[in-house]
Design a protein around this ligand. Structure first.
Ligand code: CA2
Length: 150
C-alpha cells in the first residue's frame, strides 16, 4: 500500500529564512527545515511534498493539489495569513486535516499580524516555536490522520 502523503506549503519570503531577521525567525534555512521534515516524515511513515512560493495563486493551486493527493496539509501562509480570503476559501474546500504553522508567535508581534484570516480553516495552529514547529506539526498531523481512521 502507498504511504500517506503530507504536503507542507510555505508562503512568501520564507525562502529568505536564515539569511535575514534571525532575531524573529531564527538562523535555520528553509532547506534545513525541509531536511528535518523529511527525516520526521520518514519516521512517521509519511511521504512528503515540501514547497515554497511567493505567489498567492501558486499556493492556492498547491492547496487544491493537496486536496486531491494528500492525507494532510501543513501550511505557513506567510503574510497571506493576514490578508488572503482566496487562500481561506481554498483551505475551506479541503476535507483533509490542515495545520497552520508560524515560526513566530504572531500574537506577540505587530497588531496587523495578530489576526489570521486563514486559521479558520485549520484543525489547529502551531506558532512561536521556530523551525522546531515543523516536525511537531508533522507529529500532530499524523495523529489527526490516524484518529480520523480509528
Ligand atoms: O511567523 C511566521 O512564520 C510568519 O508566517 C512569517 C511571515 C510573516 O509575514 C507572518 O506574519 C508570520 C514572514 C516570513 C518572512 O520571512 C523572512 C525571513 C527572513 C527575512 C525576511 C523575511
Amino acid at each position: 500500500m502507498a504511504e500517506d502523503a503530507a504536503h507542507i506549503l510555505n508562503g512568501p519570503n520564507l525562502n529568505l529564512l536564515g539569511a535575514r531577521e534571525p532575531a524573529i525567525y531564527g538562523t535555520t534555512t528553509l532547506a534545513e527545515i525541509e531536511a528535518a521534515c523529511r527525516e520526521k516524515a520518514e519516521s512517521l511513515g509519511l511521504s512528503l511534498v515540501f514547497r515554497q512560493s511567493n505567489s498567492e495563486g501558486e499556493l492556492i493551486d498547491w492547496v487544491q493539489t493537496a486536496r486531491a493527493e494528500a492525507a494532510g496539509l501543513i501550511i505557513n501562509p506567510g503574510a497571506y495569513t493576514h490578508t488572503s480570503i482566496a487562500l481561506l476559501d481554498a483551505l475551506s474546500a479541503v476535507d483533509i486535516p490542515v495545520i497552520e504553522l508560524h515560526l513566530s508567535n504572531i500574537h506577540a508581534r505587530e497588531t496587523f499580524r495578530r489576526h489570521s484570516v486563514t486559521a479558520a480553516a485549520a484543525s489547529g495552529v502551531i506558532m512561536g516555536l521556530g523551525a522546531a514547529g515543523y516536525p511537531l506539526a508533522l507529529d500532530a498531523l499524523k495523529r489527526i490522520i490516524n484518529k480520523g481512521r480509528a
